[in-house]
Ligand binder design. Structure first.
Ligand SMILES: Cc1cc2nc3c(=O)[nH]c(=O)nc-3n(C[C@H](O)[C@H](O)[C@H](O)COP(=O)(O)OP(=O)(O)OC[C@H]3O[C@@H](n4cnc5c(N)ncnc54)[C@H](O)[C@@H]3O)c2cc1C
Length: 610
């Protein structure tokens, strides 16, 4: 059934969208990344498997050629890919090594006499696993240890032909279908094995490491570890694409759950009509904070997309944008976890109906669960963020030791002052400034604490760095999320400030307040521990959360309408469009139908921005 959906979408609405996304990449307009990301989000709402498969072919395989290859590779491989002459796959993960890619065992041995590389899978653990498009793709971007004269130069990426245009495998290549998964049934995932597969020397994507005809190895980056990190930077755009897909999934799930909650009725005052389930406090408490988060993520990920566009347009290498790589890694982890939690709440908030496949939420849950794992496990992604935060901190201290020291003292002094007695006015809890200061405080304290702990373990207790880092992993993941929360709230506040329409601005501000309140509420134990909140202010935050959830529940219809999800993508009957004879349509549909909203308001409203 899911495969049928995949085909329907691919050949009806999927193809025009796909062509536009590819066209954008060809044109290289100033905002081609942002546009492709948004198109990817829309495509994923139409059918998640189609979105993911396109991600594999264009963001991962195409992205490897663009980021790791030279101009000749782009002409030879990327252009025909964009013209849809063939498809590709991205083969990095192995049975033995997933997160620790540096330790992969596939080999690419240089044969000097034939001027070829020989690709081999030396053992079972070196088999490439989970590879998307493995059952249909023609070429694979294969990560393998580059071996010259018996010495490994570390992992490099090679273009390896897998099957011809008729679908026949080339000699030495074995592909095994991995068959059934939890979801994404429209995507084929397989195991790849290589047995002395010969490829020309030119098939090495050689931006960060090349082999001359005489077998000499050259790299602009001498340090092996730094070189490998540079190669991993190629994953940045595709990780951001996953963030957009996770957002698309949240928006779809929330649209279904909120529309249903505004139409279904259960319980009510004696002898009166039953109330809509959205009137139950717990219903708003479970749905509204997710809606606020979906908005916050929209602004934060578009901000990351703009930065990526600027870098690519200016010809800056991804490897030189470490803060951006870290931001994207953090957004990928945060958005995909938020999506899992959001869909679970949407499922529960729609009762038994939400469990039915036709109502889309269960399918979305199955399809997007893996987002927390692929393109980099979330816990590993959070460590990328903190490594960059600490690198920036160290750099600052090295470059400007005196001013850094003074700043640290000043910040730590003001933080102590703030938490030593009630230095803030309880009335300000409802201001965005209070919430922003709170998330800044949390990030700062966590960062200062982590630096001190690692320094103590390594310098005083002489622990090796791996053990010191490992024993701080909980602290590290908290800091990473605190950083992403702060950036996301800041971007939301900026979006509110820059909103040109007063009515829209007022609405966005309420959701922004809700988002900030949720962030402080969910960490209230920590804030109480650190005396940033008193028990009284903590209670106030809880009351504020409940009040905001209740006050935005009707406006939520305006927001989901502004998501502009097409009727073709939103086919869950409980969302109130598809089947007028369905059993639960005992109640009037919500007033804010998408069509109704458009008919009432020809002026572009929130939809233009979301
Ligand atoms: C449906 C699907 C499609 C995929 N498609 C592709 C594809 O097209 N191409 C491709 O190359 N790969 C693909 N993958 C592989 C995917 O990228 C890996 O599964 C992922 O990188 C995690 O690796 P792993 O499964 O080996 O888990 P592991 O690395 O073994 O991780 C298992 C657990 O250990 C924890 N862990 C590991 N290292 C650390 C650490 N340093 N600190 C703290 N915790 C740690 C993780 O958090 C996780 O909870 C796909 C996977 C799936 C499931």
């Amino acid at each position: 059934m899911r495969t049928l959906t995949f085909q329907r979408v691919t050949f009806t609405m999927g193809l025009p969208l796909l062509k536009r996304a590819i066209q954008d990449q060809v044109e290289k307009t100033r905002n081609f990344v942002s546009r492709s990301l948004v198109i990817g989000e829309v495509l994923s709402m139409a059918d998640m498997a189609t979105g993911v498969k396109c991600g594999i072919i264009y963001w991962l395989f195409g992205g490897a050629i663009r980021s790791l290859g030279g101009p000749a590779h782009v002409t030879q491989w990327l252009q025909p890919l964009q013209e849809q002459k063939y498809t590709g796959m991205f083969a990095m993960t192995e049975r033995g090594h997933g997160s620790n890619v540096r330790a992969i065992q596939t080999e690419a041995t240089f044969d000097f006499s034939a001027q070829e590389f020989v690709i081999d899978t030396p053992c079972k653990n070196a088999e490439k696993m989970y590879i998307g498009n493995a059952m249909y793709g023609n070429y694979a971007a294969v990560f393998a240890q580059l071996i010259i004269n018996g010495r490994s130069q570390g992992p490099h990426c090679f273009i390896v032909p897998v099957r011809d245009e008729n679908g026949s495998l080339y000699p030495g290549v074995t592909v095994v279908d991995m068959m059934h998964k939890e979801g994404l049934h429209g995507v084929d995932n397989g195991i790849l094995r290589f047995d002395s597969v010969r490829i020309p020397r030119e098939n090495l994507l050689d931006k960060f490491g090349s082999v001359a005809p005489d077998g000499q190895y050259h790299s602009p980056i001498k340090d092996k570890s730094a070189r490998f990190n540079a190669m991993l930077a190629a994953l940045t755009p595709s990780r951001l694409a996953v963030t957009f897909q996770a957002m698309g999934s949240m928006k779809l799930g929330l649209t279904i759950a909120i529309r249903y909650s505004h139409s279904r009725r259960q319980f009510g005052p004696k002898a009166r009509e039953e109330v809509k389930i959205i009137e139950h406090q717990t219903q708003t408490l479970r749905l509204m904070p997710h809606l606020a988060t979906a908005l916050a993520l929209t602004f934060a990920s578009r901000y990351a997309g703009t930065l990526l566009d600027e870098d690519i347009f200016r010809g800056k290498e991804l490897v030189d944008s470490r803060p951006l790589q870290a931001l994207v890694a953090g957004l990928k982890a945060y958005s995909t976890w938020e999506n899992v939690s959001c869909l679970q709440d949407c499922r529960e908030c729609t009762g038994g109906m939400g469990y039915m496949m036709e109502n889309q939420i269960s399918g979305l849950k199955c399809d997007t669960d893996v987002f927390v794992t692929f393109e980099g496990d979330n816990v590993v992604m959070l460590q990328v963020v903190v490594r960059e935060l600490l690198a920036q901190y160290t750099k600052q201290c090295e470059e400007r030791p005196v001013s850094s020291l003074l700043r640290n003292w000043a910040e730590s002094g003001s933080d102590r002052l703030r938490t030593s007695f009630l230095a803030f006015n309880m009335d300000t809890v409802g201001h965005l400034t209070f919430l922003l200061k709170a998330v800044h405080f949390r990030e700062r304290i966590l960062q200062r604490g982590l630096v001190a702990r690692i320094y103590y373990k390594v310098m005083t207790e002489k622990e090796d760095f791996f053990s010191a880092w490992n024993s701080c992993l909980h602290h590290i993941t908290c800091l990473s999320l605190a950083h992403i929360h702060r950036v996301t709230l800041e971007q939301f506040c900026l979006a509110v400030r820059n909103c040109p329409d007063q009515e829209d601005q007022d609405l966005l501000k309420q959701f922004c307040l809700l988002y900030g309140t949720k962030l402080v509420f969910q960490e209230r134990a920590w804030y109480l521990e650190h005396k940033y909140l008193t028990p009284m202010t903590s209670m106030r935050i809880r009351r504020q959360l409940l009040h905001l959830c209740n006050s935005v529940k009707d406006d939520a219809l305006r927001v989901i309408s502004a998501f502009n999800i097409s009727h073709a993508s939103l086919h869950a009957p409980i969302a109130g469009f598809a089947n007028p004879n369905a059993a639960w349509v005992l109640y009037p549909a919500p007033q804010h139908s998408l069509a109704g909203e458009r008919a009432r308001s020809p002026r572009p409203k929130l939809g233009a921005k979301l």
